[in-house]
Structures are given as C-alpha cells and as structure tokens.
Write a protein that binds this ligand. Structure first.
Ligand code: ADP
Ligand code: PHD
Length: 443
C-alpha cells in the first residue's frame, strides 16, 4: 500500500485534477490518496471564521457564496454527465449550508477547526466523484472516522491504525481518497494538524497501516538546498535522512510540515517528495540511509523572539539555569537556540503566547530584554560541522549582523539568528558561499 498526498497547488484547478488522475492510474498499486483543500481555500476559510467571530453576516454570506461558486465551477468543467453534475453541486450546496449554520454558532477552537477543514471535505467530495465518473473506481473515506490524534505532537498511531483498518476492511478497494489536515482530538472533537498538516496526515496514515512508501506530491521537484522563493539557482536534493528532513522542516522548509517525518522514522517507511507537474523528475527520498555526509541545505524560520537574561548573581551558578528553564517549561514554551556567557544567557522562542508571564517571573531575579522579528537560519546536513567548507559560513559576520550562533549542539545543524529584515540576504549570501563559489553541489 502506498500513501500519496497532493497539496493545495496540485489540487488547485480542473487541469491539475486531471493530471493527478493520470498519476493515480499510472500503476496498479493499492493507494490511499490524501488531499488538501484547493490552494487559497483554507485561507478563505480562516477569514470566514474571523467574520463569524465578529458576527459579520455580510462577509460570511459573500465568502460562502464565493466558495460555493468556485467548487460548482470545478464540477461544471470536470463532469460531463449532467445528472452527476447536479448531484455533486447539490452536495456542495448542502455543505455550504452546513458551514453557514456553523458560522452562526458561538466561537470555539473546535468550531474553528470544523469550519477551516471544510476545504478538504469539499475538494475530496468532488475529486472522488470525478474519478468514479471517469472509471477510476475509488472509495471516499471520512478522515474524521479514523484520524484520532490526542495531541498534535504525539499522534496515537495505534489508535489511528485500529480505526483505519476497520474502515478499510469495511469497504475493500484499490483506491481510497481522504482528507488531509483534519483530525479528532483527545475529546473526539474536530481539530486540525495545524497549517500545512496534510503532509503529516499522510505519514500518520503511512505509519498506521505500515505502508511501503509515503509520497508527497507538490509543485516543485523535491526539497531544494535553499528556499527557492528567495534564492535563485537552488537545486533539488536526491536523498535526505529523516534527521536532516526533520531539522529542515522544523526550521522553516515550507515544503514539509514540521512534524512530517516523525511518525515514519521508527517504522523506516521512506517518504518521497515528487512534483505533480513533472512526475518524471526524481524528487527527494527521505529515509534512514545516509548517502553522503556534509552540508545539504539551508532553511529559515521566521517569527522568532530573542530573549536576553542578564544577572550579576552568578548566572552560571549551579541551579540557576535550571530555574530559568523551569519558567519556560511551566509556561509550556519550548526554546530553540541558546547561547551563554558568564553573566548572560540568550535564547529564542517561537511561541510568545505566555511571554508576559515569563518576563514577569524572570524579572524577579534578572534583567530581561525581549526582541521580536528575528529569523533562525539553519544549515543542515549529517556531520555538517565536520564539512570542510562549513567554516565559510562565518564570513557572513563581515556583512550581516548575526545576533546568535549555535554551533556544535548537534553534528547535523548550525543555526544563526538574524533580524528578519536580513533573512533573505543571509540565505542568498550563504547559498553563494556554501554551495556555489567553492564547491560542487551536494545533491
Ligand atoms: N527547501 C525548499 N525546497 C523546496 N521547496 C521549498 C523549500 N522551501 C520553501 N519551498 C516552497 O514550498 C513550496 C511548496 O509548499 P507546500 O506548502 O508543500 O505546497 P503544497 O502543500 O501546496 O503542495 C514550493 O513551491 C517552494 O516554493
Ligand atoms: N489546507 C491546509 C492543509 C494543508 O496541508 O495544505 P497544503 O498541503 O496546501 O500545504 C492548509 O492550507 O494549511
């Protein structure tokens, strides 16, 4: 069994849905296909929730009308038979009515999740109907029946496995279509795997049914050595280890949801990143095999807050650091980077939900300053710190003000903290220094 996930761009138009059909019928393997919402739809639903929060009925109606028309249009263009067209359009309209009712209920996080995950429900409903119509027989699965994820950080693979196997046994098929992103939480309420979470849906399903492979189909030919949105002349990397992929995803490589690889690591299920619009391209294979050590890729994570804690009272005295870390721990706030000196410690966080409480607590015994709008630039590769060229990254200090450097915390990651306004120039500078001017590309 293979799991194939198609992202928002891949399912974003009638033309693209036809391309996916060809990909699905190119072999006879049994498949579970995980789809995202059409590109832009989840953003639209997020806006809908905002309008609902402020009881802006006009905006809600406008938004839902647009959503209905968009999906009706897809059906009109995709489906030839009038009878099926009408059935699917009626089904879409019924979902729009259900969303309208939800939007008038009092706000809660679960209600929010119920609304924003409708993009996946709408798209899979249309796509499954289309495939059946063109002779690609498939079963549409409701992910809410099996995606039981007590905590997003630690999905309960066994529980998903039990529920999913039951659903699959109930309706045997060689092709299943289901929704990414949506799940049920520990209270069985509808929740999400966070933005971009359909990648994670695919690997959770892959682990739950011991799939042979998880394929993530997107709009680029694999994970590139640097962010192609900001840097010219990047190249795809043919192999990455789970560790490398996890570091890159966590530190901002948008192509992968941060937690994508975690469910499949122990089961050693390979994850393949493929390009929907160029299926011939090799893509990137993520597995536990190391083909080449050394520098592989650079990524950047935004919205980082730097915190400096200064104290004359023997910062390094035993127990002092523990006391500081405890404060962050008590407020469930994880720390990404740390550097220390005799009298000060600098660290970074990305979740500032409890920043006021943390500051208040630490102020009791130290001076604390908070600086927002930073980015972590992460340089990744198995044993990257032993790479003979990695010293070149320090030349960046001549050109860009670097706020913190973390080197040696792990062999596989070197991180720099810069002001976000310097992020793009940092990525470009490092690309030139590390990948272009001195060496052949590591691919
Ligand atoms: N290191 C990287 N390698 C490849 N793509 C990247 C990288 N960093 C950012 N991206 C961007 O991620 C995009 C794919 O994002 P993604 O959210 O996975 O799309 P979708 O879910 O719609 O398939 C690419 O088009 C590319 O611009
Ligand atoms: N539709 C959701 C989930 C998702 O994974 O989307 P995509 O595969 O397009 O990143 C989102 O936009 O967050």
């Amino acid at each position: 069994m293979r799991i194939l996930k198609f992202g928002g761009t891949s399912v974003g138009s009638v033309e693209n849905l036809r391309i996916i059909r060809n990909i699905l019928t190119s072999d006879n393997e049994q498949k579970i296909v995980v789809c995202s919402a059409m590109s832009g739809v989840t953003d639209q639903l997020v806006k809908l929730v905002e309008s609902a929060r402020f009881n802006d009925n006009e905006a809600i109606t406008r938004n839902l009308h647009a959503l209905e028309s968009k999906h009706h249009e897809v059906v009109d263009q995709l489906i030839e038979r009038q009878e099926l067209r009408n059935t699917l359009k009626d089904g879409i309209s019924a979902m729009i009515t259900a969303m309208f009712e939800l939007a008038s209920k009092p706000y809660s996080d679960n209600l929010n999740a119920e609304i924003v995950t409708y993009g996946e429900t709408l798209l899979t409903y249309v796509f499954s109907g289309y495939l059946n119509e063109v002779g690609v027989s498939n079963v549409l699965l409701d992910a809410k029946e099996f995606m039981y994820v007590e905590s997003v950080e630690k999905p309960n693979i066994e529980a998903v496995s039990k529920r999913l196997r039951k659903v699959l046994d109930h309706e045997p098929s060689s092709l299943y279509i289901t929704q990414g992103f949506v799940c049920r939480d520990q209270f069985e309420k509808i929740s999400t795997l966070k933005r971009g979470g359909s990648d994670y849906t695919a690997t959770i399903i892959g682990a739950a049914i011991d799939a042979d492979e998880v394929q993530i189909w997107t709009d680029i030919d694999g994970l590139h050595n640097n962010d192609p949105r900001y840097v010219d002349e990047t190249h795809p990397i043919s192999h990455l280890t789970y560790n490398e992929a996890a570091e890159l995803a966590y530190f901002g490589a948008k192509i992968l949801h941060p937690q994508t690889v975690s469910p499949v690591v122990n089961k050693d299920i390979p994850v393949l990143l493929k390009n929907t619009f160029n299926p011939e391209a090799e893509g990137t294979v993520i597995s536990n095999r190391t083909y080449q050590t050394g520098l592989k890729a650079i990524s950047a994570k935004d919205n980082i807050t730097a915190i400096k804690i200064k104290s004359n009272r023997m910062l390094m005295a035993s127990g002092y650091l523990r006391r500081i870390f405890e404060v962050f721990d008590n407020f469930n706030t994880s720390i990404d980077m740390i550097t220390t000196s005799e009298v000060a410690i600098s660290l970074t966080i990305d979740d500032t939900s409890y920043i006021d409480e943390i500051v208040k607590e630490i102020e009791k015994y130290a001076e604390i300053t908070v600086e927002e709008n930073h980015s972590i630039i992460c340089i990744v590769g198995e044993s990257v710190i032993k790479d003979q060229n990695s010293y070149r990254l320090f030349e960046i200090l001549n050109y860009i003000p670097v706020r913190m450097i973390s080197y040696g915390g792990s062999n596989n990651n070197i991180s720099l903290l810069v002001d976000t306004k310097d992020k793009i120039s940092s990525l470009q500078y490092l690309n030139e220094k590390l990948f272009r001017s001195h060496r052949e590309a590591v691919v």
